[in-house]
Design a protein around this ligand. Structure first.
Ligand SMILES: [Zn+2]
Length: 166
């Protein structure tokens, strides 16, 4: 007997989110960004929450960040994930901008290693019937985030400027 219920769901992107998922299908993590003030916007929006511009486009990000917060899914109601529980999911603070946060599952991450502040990097895995989708895993270097801003003038100081002021 086949078991169609064991198939994991595929993305059903809205028009706004379609470029994000299309990039993921090509193995790239792209985030919406304001063309006028260069603010990164996630989740995608029709106008920039910072300057109000409607000139938004998707640009590639490094895929590096740190776990902001996480939880473990012990009981799933989504078909296809029954065999995965318990599995971790997390909000990831991307290095590109303070407060730029994406939600994802954590792949290749043993439960005992999951921690707030853990450096992570994006990884893509195949989802049957769709293509690749993004997850995050512990960063290979373990120090991924502090040196990634190649377009910033100072790249070897402590990352105090990345702490959320509030
Ligand atoms: Zn803007």
């Amino acid at each position: 007997m086949t078991s169609p219920a064991s198939q994991k769901p595929i993305p059903q992107p809205s028009d706004l989110a379609a470029p994000y998922w299309e990039a993921a299908r090509q193995g790239r993590l792209k985030i919406q960004r304001c063309r006028d003030c260069r603010f990164w916007v996630h989740f995608p929006d029709v106008r920039c929450p910072r300057c109000g511009s409607e000139h938004l486009a998707f640009e590639a990000v490094s895929g590096q960040g740190r776990i902001s917060t996480f939880t473990f899914v012990h009981r799933t109601f989504v078909a296809g994930f029954e065999g995965d529980v318990p599995y971790p999911v997390a909000w990831i603070d991307l290095v590109e901008q303070p407060g730029l946060r994406v939600f994802a599952d954590l792949a290749d991450t043993p439960a005992e290693t999951v921690a707030i502040g853990l450096p992570v990097e994006v990884v893509f895995s195949e989802r049957a019937g769709w293509g690749t989708i993004p997850s995050f895993r512990p960063a290979a270097s373990g120090v991924a985030t502090d040196h990634s801003s190649n377009d910033e003038p100072s790249n070897d100081g402590p990352s105090k400027d990345r702490e959320v002021p509030s």
